[in-house]
Design a protein around this ligand. Structure first.
Ligand code: 13P
Ligand code: SF4
Length: 356
């Protein structure tokens, strides 16, 4: 197990104190002229109900760039709040209700290690390598790609971003999610023999032959889904449809009917025929929400264990309420501030993506 692999646990629905929910509603109303709450699809119901905008990483970063409210409360994880800070204006403040709400995948790419690999790759070929980072990465990694003519992608636009990179270079270094990188490269028709996972340093010959270099990171939640889960669901429910997130492993994605971002999953289930049966391979809060929203369809988790992302779940109604109280009193305890120097190039890389 990777040292960063943490933050996955079976799904247990949590009850909220109605008094807390009432207080959030009234404080939100009081602050409404200056406040926007953004919420990722993996947040629990009693948090997402207060979000002015809910969405996937792409939608939320677009909204963070557009919203001109003074206070942006991000119900999601650290890298998302960092993106909001990078994209927002100087006079806007971004808050994360629990500063420990990180992403284990983002932690797997450390800037010092990336610089070492970058040097090794670029000194091993004259071909132009374009660094691409998945948005699930630290601000330092975004700075690195911005400074080296690279770009950021989300699970919604990874294919389009691969095209962008291949128009400007002939090789890609993809950080930090090996599986989203692998699934995207395969869907782009790149042969697996030209995709190199950086679990070791490639030799000169390999550097020359490879088109895509994949950092060795992964999502601790999505990696748990296995090919066996897909086979079991197909055996239990002949004719079942299977949709999974692009962070799942390549064998799971290949054996499924569709893959994509959280918004893609929601769109597919929304448009599915009444009475159809679906197994969904993603974080359990979203699967349960879909199940409630579409009682006319059968919606099952791909794995019975129903994994939840523990860091996403650190955002509770109580902590949201505390953050709103802090805003009212002018406290900055939960404010996210990215170093201005890091911000500059990270913003260039984010704007390149949003411009597409
Ligand atoms: P999307 O919502 O962009 O598909 O991302 C999923 C995710 O893992 C966020 O942490
Ligand atoms: Fe990170 Fe995976 Fe949790 Fe998303 S679901 S925040 S990628 S650990």
């Amino acid at each position: 197990m990777n040292k960063f692999e943490k933050g996955v646990s079976p799904f247990i629905p949590k009850e909220s104190d109605p008094a807390i929910l009432e207080q959030i509603a009234s404080l939100k109303d009081e602050l409404k002229d200056d406040l926007v709450i953004l919420g990722h699809h993996y947040q629990r119901d009693d948090v997402i109900r207060f979000a002015d905008v809910s969405g996937d990483s792409l939608i939320l970063s677009q909204k963070a760039a557009e919203m001109k409210k003074k206070h942006i409360v991000f119900c999601g994880v650290y890298f998302m709040a960092e993106c909001a800070d990078i994209l927002s204006d100087e006079d806007q403040k971004v808050y994360l209700p629990d500063m420990r709400a990180g992403c284990s995948m983002a932690d797997m790419a450390n800037i010092n290690d990336v610089e070492v690999i970058w040097k090794h790759l670029t000194s091993g070929t004259n071909d132009k390598i374009i660094p691409v980072t998945y948005i699930n990465s630290s601000a330092e990694i975004k700075y690195f790609v911005g400074k080296n003519d690279g770009i950021i992608c989300t699970s919604s636009n990874a294919s389009r971003i691969f095209d962008w990179a291949m128009e400007r270079g002939s090789k890609i270094l993809f950080l930090p999610d090996q599986f989203l990188g692998m699934n995207t490269a395969i869907s782009q028709g790149i042969p697996e023999s030209e995709i190199f996972t950086l679990d070791r340093l490639p030799l000169a010959q390999k550097i020359k032959k490879s088109k895509v270099f994949l950092w060795n990171g992964y999502c601790s939640v999505h990696k748990r889904f296995t090919l066996n889960d897909v086979i079991s669901r197909r055996n239990e429910y002949p004719g079942i449809n299977i949709v999974v997130h692009g962070e799942c492993t390549a064998d799971v994605v290949k054996a499924s009917d569709a893959f994509g971002s959280t918004s893609t999953i929601i769109k597919i289930i929304t448009e599915a025929k009444k009475g159809s049966v679906w197994a969904v391979g993603t974080e359990q809060h979203l699967v349960q929400r879909l199940k409630k929203r579409f009682p006319d369809k059968t919606i099952l988790p791909l794995s019975e264990s129903g994994f939840q992302c523990v860091t996403m779940s650190l955002i509770t109604p109580e902590k949201l309420l505390n953050t709103l109280k802090e805003i009212k009193t002018g406290s900055t305890e939960h404010e996210i501030r990215v170093d201005p120097e890091i911000k500059h190039y990270a913003k260039i890389a984010l704007i390149r993506m949003l411009a597409l």
